[in-house]
Design a protein around this ligand. Sequence first.
Ligand code: GDP
Length: 702
Amino acid sequence: MRKYPIEKYRNIGIIAHIDAGKTTVTERVLFYTGISHKIGEVHEGKAIMDWMEQERERGITITSAATTCFWSPEEYLTKEKTNEHRFNIIDTPGHIDFTVEVQRSLRVLDGAVVVFDGVAGVEPQSETVWRQADKFKVPRICFINKLDRIGASFEKSFNSIVQKLSPNACAVQIPIGEEQNLSGVVDLFSMKALKFEGNLGEKVKLEEIPSGLLEKAHKWRDKMVEKIAAEDENLLEKYLAREEISIEDLRRVLRQATINYKLIPVFCGSALKNTGVQPLLDGVVYYLPSPVDLPAIIGVDSKTGKEISRKSDDSEPFTALAFKVATDPYVGALTYFRVYAGTLSKGSYILNTTTREKERLGRILRMHAAEREEVDELFSGDIAATVGLKNTSTGHTLCDPDSVPIVLEEITFPEPVIAIRIEPKTKADQEKMGMALHRLAEEDPTFRIKGDPDTGETIISGMGELHLDILVDRMKREFKVEASVGRPQVAYKETIKTEAEAEGKYIRQSGGRGQYGHVWLRVESKERGQGFEFIDEIKGGIIPKEFIPAVEKGIKEAMLKGVVAGYPLIDMSVALYDGSFHEVDSSEIAFKIAGSQALQSATKRAKPILLEPIMKLEVIVPENFLGDVMGNLSARRGKIEETSDRLNLKVIDAKVPLAEMFGYATSLRSLTEGRGTFTMEFDKYEEVPGNIAREIAEGKRR
Ligand code: GDP
């Protein structure tokens, strides 16, 4: 039986620029909601959400663990638990290199709390995350944190939100005092002062607004009421007639406007000084959507391709999205999933519509920060984890095997664009390293491993330098493998431009049993992204069936090293159309070698070229820096596609080769006095210009 009505669910994430105080806010949330009974300060390294060792050390949050807790708004004043809500908090990282983590968490959230540093206001990465939240249409509320710090300013920070992020920001509180004088917040609805007393701010008192602040508070309230009233005809009439509008009406309209991305309520305080967190939690209840406030989830019938939708309703067929696979030291692989529709009980079968495999669901776990609770049943809107699913990865749809097999839109992951060589420090580390890398790759779809066939070295690739750095660090801590890494390199590829044929012969006849393999291959180029295809055109057994897989294997091995500069060949087809064999001397190994040789000769004749990853870049700068930034991009072989306006800033859309983008963050910072921001993602592979390709092939450029 469902215990919590779905209207009382809030699936939220707390998102922020690194260091804005997300971890501290989360800690306070867990404390006030009664999950943790002791506040572990971040700087003492005791944060609850950051349960992975090196996250604690770096003070940043990488994995998206999900945590459940409960909150009744204003219970701290009324002492009545009449309106309890269930929060599922999905952890989101703040660093851009962890795009996968941010995207997969934004995908399953219904709403977000965005935390800002009250000294810095909107920082570059807050803009990045904000835009991602726009893309996923996530309703949000803001919290201007750290108002106790020297240099903090609510007004400046609020204005930076309005100017840089959204004119729809709407302050619903103002601080009482700032810097060392911060002593509470004014609630602009009730026009009362909230004070936070007791050791940890757990005793909340309602007082009159200090007289010196009254006029200012009235001004801010007027602005708030005007913004809210503009969203509703009835309220607007009342507002224009100067009639009093009730708090309930204001909240109701602000809630609708927040859910429809029309307004963004802004709260304030200091998590560290235990000021303002409880009313922020009320804000989650009042303004952020429950699953039923959002449109039904859309997917396609995997059999017919027809679009279907499922409502957030227990009577619908079970529909869920796996959004994270994590390796847990105690229970093994944990699959986190969000239930969009229907219900699910322990031990039942589910269909993974992405892989078309049925799996039996073992234990269902609800995560409470570091602890877990076992549950028997899940309902729509729930977020939980399960253990023991074998073939379910991030982004797969799980559904009821007896109804229409729905596939929800997959979470798309960018291609890894940076590679580094990694070497175990000792022989003993060698074996462990393979296992550790494999485990980490299972968790993270943008992290890949491969062996270099020439040197026997291992190459890992991912989304950025920090991304790979963290993974190497995790390997050291969690798997106790010591490794050293090389310098980051661009993941080049090779392909061919035309068609060619070539022969491969491996014949040795020197006494005893010899070797005999002989093939003719034809290679043809394919469109970008079409991959590799092997075509068997052998007729009449001129090469016996049992040797054909060996030829294919030889071809694939040769493709890994390419012919221009040793990078993997992609996007081509290879047809095996002729050859011969010897009754006694032919062997798999001989055919494999013949296949490799023929592939190399054919590729060399088919105009082989080098390909490089081209990045889609968006740079946002104040107008006075536009010229310099564009000039710098041209010098980096960038192609400007468009420049446009966003609020009072200029947006440049460009395509630039990744090879030219190392160190771009630093150079943009110095070109724009720190005001420029950018986001970059992989777009496609393109031919490297001839002179540069030559330098790469000759090893002059890396
Ligand atoms: P995260 O990187 O966003 O998770 O930020 P943390 O919660 O780890 O906070 C970064 C630093 O800012 C830590 O040293 C915190 O103690 C400190 N901090 C967090 N909130 C506040 C605040 O409200 N006031 C002050 N003065 N410091 C804060």
